[in-house]
Design a protein around this ligand. Structure first.
Ligand code: FMN
Length: 313
């Protein structure tokens, strides 16, 4: 039984952390383990083309995780079945709890090169990619994260096809590729995917994704649209404590969490990532108390993590 089926057998709802490039790295995930752990983590997406090139060293840090972060699903992107197969052959050695294929990202340069959500227009290639991943994934469940269409909504056609590919899980982001965040996620369409699933592939687990900013909304959507769970991204950026349902986070706790985060950052990423890359976390943790904005300001002006830690100390 795979990790998704296990949670469902326990009659639990799945609350998953969305993959977010440059945010949901191993350090942030370890912090979430302390302050509000989701049922499943997804890594940032990693390029299979990059991994299979001489530049492997530059991309493989995205796959790093510690045991405490389990269950953790690694997310891959690319559009060459051979590179997926080659990558997955290595990735299985890390024994991730799942392997996810990104058919959802809609950043302009990935679309221009026919990657991620541009693949919605290429079902034949998608079929080959899924086949290539499965040829090397062994017992590790395989999933897809995608949208409800590329330039128009094609829920019926696209998900009927995907559901025939024997996937363990599909995450449905309720927007088409050209939609920005100013257009609300279309949960009615996500509900239609659940109806299709019940007919075409009852064992495929469905996560809904888009505009969920707390677990009460997650619960409401799970009940209303029948999804097995919800994947949450920006809600966790706004409130890293989201998965704990707590609202009473003290100033002391916020400072302690940032200190721990920066300490882990130093141990994990020194020489790989700059302190600048950590400033987004300063914004996440340091808010909602008197003096927060002044403290944030001085931490934003720092150039080195050691100085930031001195200020916090
Ligand atoms: C900064 C940022 C980075 C993201 N990186 C990824 C990624 O690496 N892989 C992916 O599938 N989606 C990525 N996404 C999309 C999210 O996983 C999620 O689908 C999207 O934010 C909608 O969910 P939300 O409304 O809960 O934020 C990213 C989103 C943001 C805001």
């Amino acid at each position: 039984m795979n990790v998704y089926q296990k949670i469902i057998k326990e009659e639990r709802r799945i609350y998953a952390l969305a993959p977010m490039e440059d945010i949901t790295d191993s350090v942030f995930r370890q912090i979430l383990c302390d302050i509000g752990k989701p049922d499943i983590f997804f890594t940032e997406f990693m390029s299979t083309d990059g991994y299979m090139s001489k530049g492997r060293e530059n991309v493989m840090h995205r796959l790093e995780f510690k045991d405490v972060e389990r269950p953790v699903v690694v997310q891959l992107w690319g559009n060459t079945p051979e590179n997926y197969a080659g990558t997955v052959k290595e990735v299985v050695k890390l024994s991730p709890d799942g392997i996810d294929i990104n058919i959802g990202c809609s950043v302009k340069n990935v679309l221009r090169s026919g990657h991620c959500s541009a693949l919605i227009k290429e079902p034949k290639l998608v079929k080959d990619i899924i086949k290539a991943v499965k040829s090397e994934s062994g017992d590790i469940p395989v999933s897809v994260k995608t949208r409800i269409g590329y330039d128009s909504i094609i829920t019926n056609e696209w998900f009927s096809f995907l559901l025939e590919q024997n996937l363990d899980l599909i995450t449905v982001h309720g927007r088409i590729s050209k939609d920005g965040y100013n257009i609300p996620a279309n949960w009615e369409e996500i509900g239609k995917v659940v109806e299709l699933r019940d007919v075409v592939s009852p064992t495929t687990v469905i996560l809904g994704n888009g505009d969920v900013f707390d677990l009460d909304i997650a619960d409401e959507y799970i009940s209303k649209y029948g999804v097995d769970g919800v994947m949450i991204g920006r809600g966790v950026v706004k409130n890293p404590w989201l998965f704990s349902r707590r609202t009473d986070i003290s100033e002391k706790e916020r400072l302690e969490v940032l200190k721990k985060h920066l300490g882990l950052f130093k141990d994990t990423w020194e020489g790989v990532k700059s302190y600048d890359s950590q400033k987004k976390y300063v914004k996440m943790y340091i808010s909602g108390f008197e003096g927060a904005s002044e403290l944030r300001q001085s931490l934003m002006e720092c150039k080195e993590v050691e100085i930031a830690l001195e200020i916090l100390g």
